[in-house]
Write a protein that binds this ligand. Structure first.
Ligand SMILES: [Zn+2]
Length: 490
């Protein structure tokens, strides 16, 4: 197939250890047996996204789909909108201390919400549809206000001496930013922010505002005020500690590959805090998008140096993806195809790509991507696949997990079995509490014309354990649309 020549990647330590990229989650899935996996992806809300950002997000959705199939566990994507990104930084003319204002403080909740809608809503809806994966959006502002985040932050303060060199190896000063209650500006490097008191009721900090002088803030686990802004590494430490406590949901941190360098400091701090192994974060680093120099493709470079600093290989949409010459669905289909190709081999996924190489790959995408109907995908055993392809099986049975809830009459479902696929259209949908109730109502022969009701019930319960059946059962009426056999280039 063309696939083998599309990408060429050397072997690597990680790729050598994995058959498939998703296997990186397997040890934790086996050890923790979570009821759900959430792929957590955080993005700074500071203007139009570039390709690197959209690549991490697309990988989160695609891996959620792959993990759901691979581990038979429901999966979702949690999008964290980092609205604490610096909007403006000024210097105190006397002390030269830097002060900053976050996007949230500069724009307010409504405008942040508008920004998320403008840059991500349609993109995520399209990715969600293309990968049958539900997602939620949470801002940093919402997150820092939760009791879980605040309690976790307060616990780190008790051990500040143990973590401060991990969080700030050069000077040992952890950057806790507590915006002035009057104007919302905060010391960027916490130069004059001091922890004055800490007990079981919370923490008292003192700080100095550029305009309003000395002020005091009190952080306790219950109240959602005042605002708590943390430097990047510290924020990740607190977030990963808080998510790790919920062992029923495995949170997988999706991060651009450049994070691999920084995470050892977070891990050092997690270790210093005595974080138990089952609560240590699971992270997946995604391919970096590199300029020809090998530096990460960055919008700040563009802002600081102007368009002339850009290499000729950078296409406009790579820096500002709203410049993509096509619809959002078209862009998402191209990205899903691209990440799907990268995921065909861990050698291709756990590496970086230059903009030139990504440009080449995008150009090599199938020409008919636009005309391919969006379809739900389901893997299926050969004996059932053959019955569907022959038109003899007209009812498909699944558990009603999050990926099935949107399926409706008229939806397309592509069934896959190794190299073969068959496209079907949904003629009806019926939902039941369990398999027994389903077989009372459905025609047994339409589910499988070759087996008795008792045998089918026994078979299906071997495929789905009781906790999956507890999600409910969905019977999907299907009719054939087209069938691609092996070697037909499906
Ligand atoms: Zn102030």
């Amino acid at each position: 197939m063309a696939r083998s020549s599309l990408l060429l990647s050397p072997n690597s330590v990680l790729a050598n250890a994995l058959l498939r990229s998703i296997d990186i989650l397997r040890p934790r899935v086996h050890a923790a047996r979570p009821s759900r996996i959430a792929f957590v992806v955080g993005t700074q809300i500071n203007g139009a996204p570039h390709l690197g950002t959209n690549l991490v997000q697309s990988a989160a959705f695609l891996l959620a789909k792959v993990a759901r199939r691979e581990f038979s566990i429901d999966t979702t994507v949690r999008f964290g909108a980092l609205d604490n990104a610096p909007y403006e930084v000024v210097l105190d003319p006397e002390t030269h201390s830097a002060y900053q204002q976050t996007y949230y403080h500069a724009l307010g909740k409504d405008k942040i919400s508008d920004l998320i809608d403008a840059y991500y809503q349609e993109f995520f809806d399209s990715l969600s549809e293309a990968t049958d994966t539900e997602y939620t959006v949470e801002t940093y502002t919402d997150q820092q206000a939760t009791p879980g985040f605040r309690a976790e932050f307060l616990r780190t303060l008790e051990r500040l001496e143990d973590i401060r060199w991990w969080m700030a190896p050069s000077h040992g000063v952890v950057h806790t930013r507590l915006p002035c209650p009057e104007c919302g500006w905060a010391e960027k490097r916490a130069d004059r922010t001091k922890l004055a008191h800490l007990d079981e009721d919370g923490a008292v900090f003192t700080a100095v505002c550029l305009d309003h002088g000395d002020y005091e803030v009190h952080i306790d686990p219950e109240g959602d005020q005042p605002y708590l802004d943390l430097a990047t590494l510290y924020r990740n430490l607190v977030k990963e500690r808080a998510l790790g406590r919920n062992t029923a949901v495995l949170s997988v941190m999706m991060k651009g590959g450049d994070w691999a360098f920084g995470c050892q400091l977070v891990d050092g701090a997690l270790g210093a805090l005595g974080t138990p192994t089952p609560q240590m974060p699971v992270r997946i680093f995604t391919p970096q998008v590199l300029a020809p120099t090998g530096a990460k493709l960055s919008k700040s470079l563009l802002r600081e140096q102007g368009k002339d600093a850009l290499p000729t290989d950078v296409e406009p949409w790579m820096l500002d993806t709203t410049a993509w010459p096509g619809s959002i669905d078209n862009y998402v289909d191209a990205l899903v195809w691209l990440v799907g190709e990268l995921l065909t081999d861990p050698k291709h996924f756990f590496r970086s790509f230059t903009v030139k190489e990504l440009g080449r790959l995008m150009t090599a995408r199938p020409a008919d991507l636009d005309t391919r109907p969006r379809a739900y995908e389901m893997g299926i055993y050969k004996r059932y696949f053959d019955l569907i392809a022959a038109g003899r099986k007209t009812t498909e049975i699944r558990v009603n997990d999050s990926s099935r809830r949107k399926i409706k009459k008229g939806s397309l479902i592509r069934f896959r079995c190794r190299d073969e696929e068959v496209l079907t259209r949904v003629t009806r949908i019926s939902r039941y509490t369990d398999f027994e109730e389903m077989f009372e109502a459905e025609s047994v022969a339409s589910v499988n014309p070759t087996a008795t009701k008792e045998d089918q019930l026994a078979n299906i319960r071997q495929i789905y354990p009781a906790e999956r059946e507890a999600l409910g059962v969905v019977a999907i009426g299907i009719e054939l649309v087209e069938h691609h056999g092996a070697g037909e280039g499906a």
